[in-house]
Design a protein around this ligand. Structure first.
Ligand SMILES: Cc1cc2nc3c(=O)[nH]c(=O)nc-3n(C[C@H](O)[C@H](O)[C@H](O)COP(=O)(O)OP(=O)(O)OC[C@H]3O[C@@H](n4cnc5c(N)ncnc54)[C@H](O)[C@@H]3O)c2cc1C
Length: 268
C-alpha cells in the first residue's frame, strides 16, 4: 500500500509570538513542530502499513527550518520525508498550497491513500485536504473521527460535521482528513512517543528537498506561491478581547449575589 501523509510544520502556539504592528505570526520565535492533527495521520498510516505492508511518504511545504519537524515524522515511523521548499512557493493561499502538494503527489506516481489532518492549528481553514483530493480527482472525507473498515480497495469512515454524523464509503485511492478523538478499527488512536533509537536514526536520515523546478514536469509553475494565489490578505487584526468580566463571590452569601446578577442579566 502506498501511503502519503501530509504534514504541516506549525509553530508551537503556546510559545509563538505575534507581531502586533504587522498583524503577523513571528514564525522564527519558536520551533516548527508537526501540526497536532497530522500526528494522528501518521499513527493511522502506521496501522495501515501494519495491516497491508507498504511505504509511508510524508510531504510538507514549508521553509527550510521545518526540517526538525520532518525528522520527528521519520522518528515516528514515516519511511520517507519530502520537504517542498522554495521561495517560489511563498505567499501561497490554500489553493496554491494544495496545488503544490497535489503536484508533488503526482510526481511520486501511484498512491492508495492520502492522510492529512482535519485542519492546521495556525491557518485553521480545513481547506487543504479537500482541495488536494479535488485536484487529484479522488474521493475524500473530512472531519473523520472513525475508520470502521479498511480493505485493499475501499475504506469506510465516520465524519463528524458537528450537527450530523456521516458514514462514508470511499473507493481507493482516496484522501481522508482526520480529526480527534479518533478510532481505527475499534481502537483508540493516540500519537505515540518515538523511541530514543528512532530519534537518533531520524537525525541521520535524509530529508529530500524539492524545489519548484523539481515539479516542472507535473505542475504549471504559474500556479505556485503568490502567483497562483487568487486570494490576498487585505488586513489582519486581533479579536482577543472577550468582553467578559470575572467576579469572585465566596461563601453562602455569594449565592444571593449570583442570583441577583442572573436576574439583572435577564437569565432568571
Ligand atoms: C490569502 C492568503 C495568503 C497567505 N499567504 C501566506 C504567506 O505569505 N506565507 C505563509 O506562510 N502562509 C500564507 N498563507 C497561509 C497558507 O495559505 C496556509 O498556511 C496553507 O494554505 C495551509 O492552510 P491551513 O493552514 O489553513 O491548512 P488546513 O487546510 O487547515 O490543513 C489541513 C491539513 O492539510 C495539510 N496541510 C496544510 N498545509 C500543509 C503544508 N504546507 N504542507 C503539508 N501539509 C499541509 C495538513 O495535513 C493539515 O492538517 C496565506 C493564506 C491565505 C488565505
Amino acid at each position: 500500500m502506498n501511503i502519503v501523509v501530509l504534514i504541516k510544520p506549525t509553530p508551537d502556539i503556546t510559545k509563538v509570538k505575534f507581531d502586533i504592528e504587522k498583524g503577523t505570526v513571528n514564525r522564527a520565535s519558536t520551533n516548527l513542530e508537526i501540526n497536532p492533527f497530522d500526528l494522528y495521520a501518521i499513527e493511522v498510516a502506521k496501522r495501515i502499513k501494519k495491516l497491508f505492508g507498504g511505504t509511508i511518504v510524508s510531504i510538507s511545504m514549508a521553509p527550510p527550518q521545518a526540517e526538525v519537524a520532518l525528522r520527528d515524522a521519520l522518528a515516528r515511523g514515516v519511511d520517507r520525508a519530502i520537504l517542498l521548499s522554495d521561495r517560489r512557493f511563498a505567499g501561497a493561499d490554500t489553493l496554491a498550497t494544495s496545488y503544490t502538494l497535489a503536484s508533488a503527489i503526482r510526481k511520486l506516481g501511484s498512491f492508495d491513500i492520502i492522510l492529512c489532518g482535519e485542519k492546521s492549528v495556525d491557518g485553521d481553514t480545513a481547506h487543504v485536504g479537500p482541495e488536494v483530493a479535488e485536484l487529484l480527482r479522488v474521493p475524500h472525507a473530512s472531519f473523520v473521527t472513525q475508520v470502521s473498515r479498511f480493505d485493499k480497495d475501499r475504506i469506510v469512515v465516520e465524519s463528524d460535521y458537528g450537527d450530523a454524523y456521516y458514514e462514508i464509503e470511499l473507493r481507493l485511492p482516496a484522501l481522508v482528513a482526520l480529526s480527534r478523538p479518533l478510532m481505527f478499527l475499534g481502537e483508540t488512536v493516540e500519537p505515540s512517543i518515538p523511541k530514543v533509537g528512532d530519534v537518533l536514526r531520524a537525525r541521520r536520515a535524509k530529508i529530500e528537498v524539492w524545489s519548484a523546478d523539481d515539479l516542472k514536469d507535473v505542475a504549471d509553475l504559474n500556479r505556485l506561491g503568490i502567483l497562483g494565489s487568487p486570494t490576498r490578505v487585505v488586513k489582519s487584526y486581533y479579536a482577543l478581547e472577550s468582553g467578559r468580566e470575572a467576579k469572585v463571590v465566596r461563601g453562602i452569601e455569594g449565592v444571593s449575589t449570583v442570583l441577583q446578577a442572573l436576574k439583572e442579566l435577564g437569565v432568571l
